[in-house]
Design a binder for this molecule. Structure first.
Ligand SMILES: [Zn+2]
Ligand SMILES: [Zn+2]
Length: 136
């Protein structure tokens, strides 16, 4: 017997209102003080959604905390009706950071390969066209 249950009605309606705009419903909240923010009031930085007060205060950021908060911020954003739009903005920022980190890793690997090649060349016969110490 295949009984296909109808999907339960989802309560996606935001239950909270922006702390500044009481008529705007939102589920987006400041990751620091927890106040609910509409998309006009939210300030998106590397650390995730923030209210304007907290965005002004969080000048000194620890990289580890930023990565953690960005991750949790993105996860909470994806639950918002308009979260995908904001998530794309945040992910774009993170992607740019990730790309530069990947470039660094690639450069490091290239340097290691060149080092290995040079070490292999030193072990083998010396190149004949290399200028000696008495070359003009
Ligand atoms: Zn805040
Ligand atoms: Zn607002």
């Amino acid at each position: 017997m295949d009984v296909i249950e109808p999907p339960a009605p989802q309560q996606d309606e935001p239950q909270h209102t922006c702390y500044r705009h009481k008529h705007i419903k939102t589920e987006l909240s400041c990751g620091r003080c927890g106040r609910y923010l509409c998309h006009k009031c939210v300030v998106l930085g590397a650390a995730g959604p923030r209210c304007r007060d907290c965005a002004r205060q969080s000048i000194s950021l620890r990289p580890g905390a930023v990565v953690y908060e960005a991750k949790t911020g993105v996860l909470s954003l994806l639950r918002q009706p308009y979260g995908w739009y904001i998530a794309i903005v945040v992910l774009g920022f993170l992607a740019r950071m990730g790309c530069s980190m990947r470039e660094d890793a690639e450069r490091a690997r290239e340097i290691q390969m060149v080092e290995a090649q040079q070490r292999a060349q030193k072990g083998g016969p010396p190149p004949t066209d290399a200028p000696g110490p008495n070359a003009p």
